[in-house]
Design a protein around this ligand. Structure first.
Ligand code: NAD
Length: 332
């Protein structure tokens, strides 16, 4: 039985991974700690490592893993920006789960958008306190609004379909546009200028880092709603906060945050949160933050475990690796 060190483990991870592990001969040890330079020594004696979005797989960690004889890192997520692929190249095989439920993330993006613009987050709190006043609750129709979708891959395209169902005018930008005449592609600047809502569905790469920054903000429509369910660092959080204070940004729906690895997935209620930008964003009435929750559906968890275990099986059996992440593929 192959021994796999599973980092950043949460209670909701265990049932599906234990079930698939048992079925296919993998013994998962669940560590609550994130993988980083301080915790990498825990992997000694294991055959492989399984990590999530906020684990650190940088050059120093890869060096140590390699030294311990580990030759495979299985990401149980789609994004791979947390891995130094150059350092891993030719030494450690990196596998990922390219798709597990694009519906989970796209539906969450729409859930956040609707919550925000119809003030559901406010209504929930008000009516629990028997406050049935509607003052300050005016929203706007999505029907007829222009939504700019950046990244038209699996999730972006599901989101486009959902928006079409609402009667929205969809425009899109993708560095590698899909061969789909039904999608109206525009330049990034055209998208910035025309969109009432912008939803980000592209990966985090050197090119997309701070895609929304101070410079971009100046190009946006006043009152624009920004939805980010992709990766935090696509948006310069300081610039976003200033844009909200200046009332340029009408609302922000954030499932991801630039510095989320410090905070997300853990309970800090009762603690002093030292991140002033995050605390200020959360204090805003027109900002909704969920803690990287978009993927979290039963269907997605099952698919993640099945694909991750399938990836590990293929690696240890010497089969073709369908879901390997290679250096030359980074940014694609
Ligand atoms: P995908 O690979 O199917 O699609 C990504 C799209 O982005 C592709 O069409 C690609 O051409 C495009 N793209 C690449 N570089 C670009 C650039 N510079 N500018 C514009 N577009 C560019 O990926 P997906 O499955 O749709 O996932 C999209 C992103 O969602 C992932 O990268 C990941 O960061 C994020 N994600 C978040 C969660 C969550 O729980 N919040 C879950 C899964 C994925």
């Amino acid at each position: 039985m192959k021994k796999i060190a599973f980092f950043d483990a949460k209670p909701y991870d265990k049932p599906s991974f234990e079930a698939y592990g048992k079925r296919y001969g993998f013994d998962f040890t669940f560590f609550e700690a994130k993988l980083n330079e301080d915790t990498v020594s825990l992997t000694q004696g294991f055959d492989g490592v399984c990590v999530f979005v906020n684990d650190t797989v940088n050059a120093a960690v890869i060096e140590r893993l390699y030294g311990y004889g580990i030759r495979v890192v299985a990401l149980r997520c789609a994004g791979f920006n947390q891995v130094d692929l150059a350092a891993a190249d030719g030494r450690i095989t990196v596998l990922r789960v390219p798709a597990y439920s694009p519906y989970a993330v796209a539906e969450h993006a729409m859930a956040m958008l609707l919550t925000s613009i119809r003030r559901i987050h406010k209504a929930y709190i008000r009516t629990r306190d028997f406050n049935f006043s509607l003052n300050g609750m005016t929203g706007f129709d999505l029907h007829g609004k222009t939504v700019g979708v950046i990244g038209t891959g699996r999730i972006g395209r599901v989101f486009i379909d959902i928006c079409r169902g609402f009667g929205m005018n969809v425009i899109a930008y993708d560095k590698y546009p899909a061969d789909d005449p039904s999608i109206r592609y525009v330049t990034l600047d055209e998208l910035f200028a025309a969109s009432d809502i912008i939803s980000l569905h592209c990966p985090l790469t050197e090119e997309t880092y701070h895609l929304i920054d101070r410079n971009t903000l100046s190009k946006l429509k006043k009152g624009v709603v920004i939805v980010n369910t992709s990766r935090g660092a696509l948006v310069d959080a300081d610039a976003l906060l200033d844009g909200i204070k200046e009332r340029k940004i009408g609302a922000a729906c954030l499932d991801v945050y630039e510095e989320e690895s410090e905070w997300f997935f853990s309970d800090y209620s009762g603690h002093i949160v030292a991140d002033d930008v995050l605390a200020r964003l959360i204090s805003m009435p027109n900002v909704i933050v969920t803690s990287h929750q978009a993927f979290l559906t039963e269907e997605a968890l099952d698919n993640i475990a099945e694909t991750t275990v399938g990836n590990l099986r293929a690696f240890f059996d010497g089969d073709v690796l369908q879901n390997e992440v290679r250096l030359h593929a980074a940014g694609v």
